[in-house]
Design a protein around this ligand. Structure first.
Ligand SMILES: NC(=O)c1ccc[n+]([C@@H]2O[C@H](COP(=O)([O-])OP(=O)(O)OC[C@H]3O[C@@H](n4cnc5c(N)ncnc54)[C@H](OP(=O)(O)O)[C@@H]3O)[C@@H](O)[C@H]2O)c1
Length: 293
């Protein structure tokens, strides 16, 4: 019998790729979930097994989790993630889920930045639940150059000055998640996988982008205070508590408390058996999405 897997966030950029990989490999059964009933209806009309799951409404958890063996937990950029993961983990205990795979962040254990600390708190809670666990620790997504700070007028913005980040391809990180969900707790219980393939600052990334896209791309290097001003302007829909912490990440990377964000720690080949995607390879693969109009 195949294990049944629930991927939280499967309409998002990460979850969507994980589901594609699980479908392609056909080693587990998938139950789709969304907080939007119309999305659930659409999946069901396509013959997929799908349920309503709203992370802010624990009354949706029982039906969503009944009969699930392996649960992938992904949350968004709000302080609600604390309560969401706590209540979902409790529900997983009641539903006899055998393995939780958590999508976290790349941080040292004694990190003091808020959003990263929230991830660490829920990881500790999951470990204490008694359910087998695997924690994934992706660093900066290469896809941020498409979805968060895209190239506009041959420039992209970075708010941490000249500091380096460790970049990871979302496809590689999702491959790790899919492999863990397929192989399950017997192989992956109690493991933390670190996903940071290549260390580059904005100028170094811009140089590779220029070479591969065959046009001059520059990094518009900004300071953390400028990100704070942007958030305070009210022109973004970023939650205020998260926003404060996002600025703090930039400050801590610059002042040395989080320079480890610019380091390489790459477990992709160990889990998937494949080489990680370099930044240059990723740019080649995504030329059409990156090329400035
Ligand atoms: N960006 C980076 O460089 C980076 C690096 C490391 C780690 N991370 C971590 O990655 C995570 C975000 O992943 P992502 O980029 O894949 O997110 P994303 O594309 O924004 O997708 C978020 C998903 O969560 C779902 N969701 C949101 N609120 C929900 C709720 N109340 N109930 C049920 N589902 C809900 C969304 O569903 P809808 O379709 O209904 O909105 C969507 O499917 C964060 O935890 C972040 O810390 C990011």
């Amino acid at each position: 019998m195949k294990a049944k897997v629930l991927v939280v966030g499967c309409t998002g950029q990460t979850g969507r790729i994980i589901v594609e990989k699980l479908l392609a490999n056909n080693q587990v059964d998938i139950r789709y979930c969304s907080r939007r009933q119309e999305q659930v209806d659409e999946w069901q009309a396509e013959g997929k097994e799908a349920v309503l799951l709203d992370l802010n409404e624990p009354r949706t958890f029982g039906i969503a989790l009944a009969g699930i063996d392996r649960l992938f937990i992904l949350t968004g950029y709000t302080v609600d993630m604390l309560l969401q993961t706590k209540t979902l983990t409790d529900a997983a205990v009641k539903a006899n889920v055998s393995h939780i795979v958590h999508w976290g962040i790349f941080a040292n254990w004694d990190c003091t930045e808020g959003h990263f600390a929230w991830h660490q708190l829920v990881e500790t809670y999951i470990k204490a639940s008694g359910i087998a666990w695997t924690n994934l620790h992706p660093n900066y997504f290469m896809e941020n150059l498409i979805n968060v700070t895209p190239i506009v007028d041959n420039k992209f913005v970075m708010f941490s000055g000249k500091a380096r980040w460790g970049w990871t391809s979302l496809d590689d990180a999702a491959s790790v998640a899919a492999t863990v969900l397929e192989e399950g707790e017997k192989k992956h219980n109690g493991k933390s996988y670190w996903l940071s393939t290549e260390a580059l600052n904005g100028d170094e990334a811009a140089e590779i982008l220029s070479e591969e896209l065959e046009c001059k791309i520059t990094c518009d290097i900004r300071e953390p205070e400028e990100l704070e001003t942007l958030f305070n302007s009210g022109n973004t829909d970023v939650e205020i508590t998260y926003a404060k912490n996002a600025v703090d990440i930039m400050r801590q990377i610059q002042d040395g408390r989080m320079t480890y964000m610019g380091t390489i720690r790459d477990d992709v080949p160990y889990v998937t058996g494949k080489a990680s995607t370099t930044f240059r390879e990723w740019v080649r693969q995504h030329k059409a999405e990156l090329l400035p109009v």
